[in-house]
Ligand binder design. Structure first.
Ligand SMILES: *Cc1c(COP(=O)(O)O)cnc(C)c1O
Ligand SMILES: [Zn+2]
Length: 416
């Protein structure tokens, strides 16, 4: 079978063969994977896909995978949870959380992008892989790199959350800590990718990496019964995920698997790093880079590579972007946990908090179907909320001791 995908410049449209390259030589714009949709229509159907195991590989034909590729881990296939209590505060009855906080194997949506990037790394014959990371990407590269036998070397800002560093270190790869923020780390990685024959998943393999995000969009549509939602609220770091969910919806409509629909895209950022949200709110022609300062470290990219595309998508879809402060992020994490039983990391706090704000502003109608993308797990950012939960007093293992406590402190919260 002939290969049905290739690289294409997002601005000038120039085509390139499949290779580890992320920028156009003509205009320096990002390259993206394009597909021959006529050929895909012949080779894959919605019914065929629906019969396969529920994980991201069921959409294999719509991903840039090398011929004969066999997946080795069940990544994706995460729950779409209908809100029972959280949305009720605003009268929102058709609100869903796409919960990638429980993704396999490293508890964030980055497991999806690393899966497609490493398929490309194998195909191009890289022995050493790596990334520039705000935390979750390093976790996913280290885990899947170990499982597939790559040498791994990841680059992170020196001040990342300890849990994110430990969750990378445990897999045995090398971690290079950089004195600087993500944007410094990423610039260094661009130079490394030029100089060494390494597969840096979000640098020279970026077009293949980014396609993995589409699977979150395919799953949302399928879990809604092959229908597109009215609104999607997506956290933005580099601004890639939001655009790939949009691409996934367009592809499904183009293949005739869902009815075409105008979906509004809403972007979520932390106020301490909100270049894209700021650009939307101030109606700027292009975003202004920022120096990040927020507890939402996984979203702390001040100069987002796909920022211009995210800005354009949000505007053209009729959506909006918002940001919330660090104290609001903490409140939002607690709200989501208390009302839905979902423990999200700081980025999830951002997304849920921004969704609440958008409903309150009237930008998202409570009657419509809205999907809020939770992308990472709270166990990785416990530092952010630890101070809010001091250890309770310990009591003796005697019934009288418990009954005394009940009288003093618990009467109002439990039934007696
Ligand atoms: C990386 C990341 C994002 C955003 O990803 P982009 O595609 O770079 O915008 C969102 N949430 C979490 C938890 C992440 O780690
Ligand atoms: Zn170009």
């Amino acid at each position: 079978m002939k290969e049905v995908f290739f690289l294409r410049c997002r601005e000038c449209g120039r085509k390139y063969p499949n290779q580890p390259q992320s920028y156009c030589e003509e205009c320096f714009s990002p390259l993206e994977v394009s597909y021959d949709y006529e050929a895909l229509r012949q080779s894959v159907s919605r019914e065929g896909v629906s019969r396969r195991t529920f994980n991201m590989w069921r959409y294999a034909e719509l991903l840039p995978l090398p011929q004969g590729f066999t997946p080795s881990q069940p990544i994706g296939g995460t729950p779409l949870v209908k809100s029972r209590h959280w949305g009720r505060r605003f009268g929102a009855k058709n609100l869903y959380f796409k919960n990638d906080a429980v993704n396999y194997p490293t508890l964030s949506f980055k497991d999806r992008v690393v899966a497609t990037a490493l398929a490309a790394a194998q195909r191009f014959g890289f022995k050493t892989i790596g990334c520039s990371s705000t935390g979750n990407l390093a976790n996913a590269v280290a885990a899947q790199g170990a499982q597939q036998g790559f040498a791994t070397c990841v680059f992170i800002p020196a001040d990342l959350e300890p849990a994110k560093v430990l969750n990378t270190a445990v897999y045995g790869g090398r971690i290079i800590r950089i004195n600087g923020n993500y944007d410094h780390v990423n610039r260094l990685c661009t130079q490394i990718a030029d100089k060494f024959r390494w597969g840096l998943v979000n640098v020279n393999l970026r077009p293949y990496y980014a396609e993995g995000s589409k699977t979150q969009g395919y799953e949302i549509a399928e879990q809604l019964g092959w229908e597109l939602p009215d609104n999607v609220v997506v956290p933005m770091a580099g601004g890639s995920l939001i655009g790939k969910i949009a691409k996934a919806f367009c592809e499904l409509a183009h293949l005739g698997w869902v009815e075409p629909k105008r979906v509004k895209f809403f972007g979520a950022q932390a106020t301490g790093c909100s270049p894209i949200a700021d650009g939307v709110k101030r109606e700027l022609p292009r975003f202004v880079p920022q120096k990040p300062n927020t507890i939402a470290r996984s979203l702390a990219i001040g100069n987002p590579a796909d920022g211009p595309f995210a800005l354009r998508l949000i505007r053209e879809s009729g959506g909006w972007a918002e940001d919330i402060s660090d104290p609001e992020i903490i409140d939002s994490i607690k709200q989501l946990a208390e009302s839905e039983g979902i423990f999200a990391e700081t980025a999830g706090g951002v997304t849920a908090g921004v969704a609440a704000k958008l409903i309150q502003q009237g930008r998202i109608s409570p009657d419509e179907t809205t999907v809020v993308c939770i992308t990472g797990n709270g166990l990785k950012t416990t530092d952010a909320i630890a101070a809010d939960f001091p250890a309770s007093e310990a009591i003796e293992p005697r019934l009288e001791a418990f009954e005394a406590l009940l009288q003093e402190q618990l009467k109002d919260t439990v039934s007696v």
